[in-house]
Design a protein around this ligand. Structure first.
Ligand code: XMP
Ligand code: MG
Length: 176
């Protein structure tokens, strides 16, 4: 599969926006006196490229964990979400930022947030590179959003179509 040009967001546009987000998060943590100990939890696999850039753009020292949720086949939401890999460290008492590639129906983030909340983090926030608010089925709102988009299926910069396209440097609308 090859990317369809032009991209929806170029590698340069993404890089600039991710640095802005990183600075916004730093500033919030500083303002709220929480810049000591941040635990990033990145949702596999889609957010690995994003979180790699995001954490390097931040001045706040972070540690990182991963979580894996399954519930998608192709481009259709199956509605149920299963957690197939969990963070190694407990989030109890920690300052946590969940990092998602994209918020679509909101079901994945909702299930993960409920799971993490149950462990009693000191603070829990959500950062999503992309947001498709028109697709929302459950009430989830990100504290930080890179780009808000219409109902397109997008590929690249970590996002896949059937495991392809994660390596593309830019974000493209899925070729028909
Ligand atoms: P929900 O519906 O649970 O979906 O908010 C979140 C997960 O669905 C995948 N997803 C996409 N993946 N391009 C992708 O490559 C898209 O346009 C897209 N929309 C949803 C993604 O894995 C996300 O974490
Ligand atoms: Mg996917």
């Amino acid at each position: 599969m090859r990317p369809l040009d032009p991209p929806l967001f170029s590698a340069d546009q993404i890089a600039r926006r991710v640095v802005e987000l990183a600075h916004e998060i730093d500033a919030d943590l500083e303002a709220k006196g929480r810049s000591g100990d941040l635990l990033l939890i990145a949702v596999l696999k889609g957010s690995v490229v994003f979180v790699a850039d995001l954490m390097r753009g931040m001045a706040t020292p972070v540690s990182i964990e991963f979580i894996r949720a399954r519930g998608y086949e192709g481009t259709e939401s199956s509605g149920n979400v299963e957690l197939t890999y969990l963070p190694e460290q407990s989030v109890a008492g920690r300052n946590v930022l969940l990092v998602e590639d994209i918020l679509d129906t909101g079901r994945t983030a909702d299930v993960i947030l409920q799971r993490l909340r149950a462990e009693g983090p000191a603070h829990l926030a959500l950062c999503a590179l992309l947001d498709k608010p028109s697709r929302r089925e459950v009430e989830v709102e990100a504290d930080y959003v890179g780009f808000t988009i219409d109902d397109f299926f997008v590929v690249g910069y970590g996002l896949d179509y059937n495991q392809q396209g994660r390596d593309w440097p830019a974000i493209h609308v899925l070729p028909e």
